[in-house]
Design a protein. Structure first.
Length: 140
């Protein structure tokens, strides 16, 4: 039996759960400045993207593509950033961020860009999660 999947507490603290795709948990980053979704493959012990097998890697790429299309539809962007850093949180997670040339960090990366994070209020958070679930065909 495979060990259970547990979300790193730092990811849980900075995000809101949207739902699950075939491979990944979908999280909304709690910062209204950027259309930003985090995908976390639901496999225990994953640290590097190379820890995925070929089938899982193909699934992850499909999920990144779906996430990018979802962000484009619900929020729009000028440029898409996809990042797998893991310098602070070792658990494998993929940032999919829609960037605008007028956003607070442009043209720098959003990671460590400074500025003040703007958390979602409850109403906007619930609306955004519902939009993401609808576009990705996720159950609530």
């Amino acid at each position: 039996m495979a060990p259970p999947f547990d979300l790193d507490p730092r990811l849980a603290q900075d995000t809101h759960v949207v739902g699950d795709l075939e491979l990944s948990r979908v999280l909304l980053m709690d910062d209204t400045r950027f259309p930003w979704i985090v995908l976390v493959p639901r496999r225990a012990g994953l640290v590097e993207v190379t820890d995925l097998d070929e089938f899982e890697m193909a699934s992850l790429m499909s999920e990144i593509r779906l996430t990018a299309r979802t962000l484009k539809t619900i929020a729009g962007y000028d440029k898409l950033n996809v990042g797998i850093l893991g310098n602070f949180v070792a658990q494998l997670h993929i940032h999919v961020v829609g960037r605008r040339t007028i956003d607070d960090a442009w043209p720098r990366p959003v990671w460590g860009a400074g500025g003040t994070r703007r958390p979602y209020d409850n109403r906007l958070r619930d609306t955004r999660i519902a939009q993401i679930r609808s576009e990705m065909r996720l159950n609530g």
